[in-house]
Design a protein. Sequence first.
Length: 381
Amino acid sequence: MKIPFNVPYLTGNEEPYVLEALRSRRHCGNHQFADKCIQTMKKKYGFHEVFLTPSGTAALEMGCLLADLQPGDEVILPSYTFSSTGNAVVLTGAKPVFCEVDPKTMNADVRHMASLVTAKTKMLLPIDYAGIPCDVDAINALAKKHGLIVMDDAAQSFGSFHGGRPCGAGVDMATFSFHETKNLSCGEGGALVVNRPEWVERARFLQEKGTDRSLVLSGVRSKYSWVDKGSSFLLADILAAMLWAQLESVEEIARKRKAVAAAYRDLYAPFEKDGCLQTPHPPPDVDCNGHAFFVIFDTAQNKDRFLSLLRAKDVHAYIGYLPLHSSKMGQRYGYKAQDLPLTEDLASRIVRLPFYADLFDAGLDYCLESMQAVLKSIYQG
Ligand SMILES: Cc1ncc(COP(=O)(O)O)c(C=O)c1O
């Protein structure tokens, strides 16, 4: 039996909705299915405004333009993240400043973040790794103290809650991904949440290639023109139709994924108790969407053994991020691997387990048996 790393979930409604979008003859962005997604997200999660984008990457780039980052500005983000988080910053000419992570969650270490604030810092850009919300309250407090913008790269945490508050609410901006590896997928897609009402009009200009087309659509102007920077940050309605099917099933998807996470937790707990490895430890007031499950092994050698023995059983786990600060691009910004020793060390020992909603219905037993056998051969050999 093969257990892949990821399989995108289908609710069954994607086909009729995509067909409906096709037949509507209104295929570009911000049409009926986009509107359904946006209104539902706003109502359900309390977001002030939502912009559907072609990817999580595009949402980050739109957010950095909206923050008006300029050359000379600094943005603090964890090194342990995807390239897109760093790219969005450097595309504006601003400088990425990398912070360490907290091993319990692999999210930004806020105390280290605070120590990196300078007069040039303009924005804090945490992420929500594996769907676990970052410490938004501490990050907001830091931002307030220094007058900084907070944008949460919530690519992985759609539908997670922290202290009852949904991820994406309670920050200036947040970005989601609807890539096929995420809880909700439309193939490639994303969203930018804007919670600052005074920024919404400009966000509409940025999304529509720097034009004031939105004012024409709302009847304020008769012609639209080039008024600002921008790009094409819109999700085609055919993809929004697929996203709508997924959004309707957001709780069902999370329920299945949380059951997979619970099974992993039970399997790994005795090994964690024996000091062989470490699993995620979100704060108690977190309701995680079950996006992913990571395991930090005691040594990099045991991590490698785990991955290859598991692969021999056709069960596909995967390494985590390669830290940005020690990457080729990170080095161009003057970073060396030893600048963030904790991140380097954790990244060399972390694994992400196979994780998808359908695993709950088929394959989970085989997956757990295979992992149990591999862990026993490594640690009880
Ligand atoms: C933390 C983080 N940010 C951004 C992205 C980019 O999202 P997308 O693939 O939708 O562009 C990802 C994708 O995996 C991610 O994990």
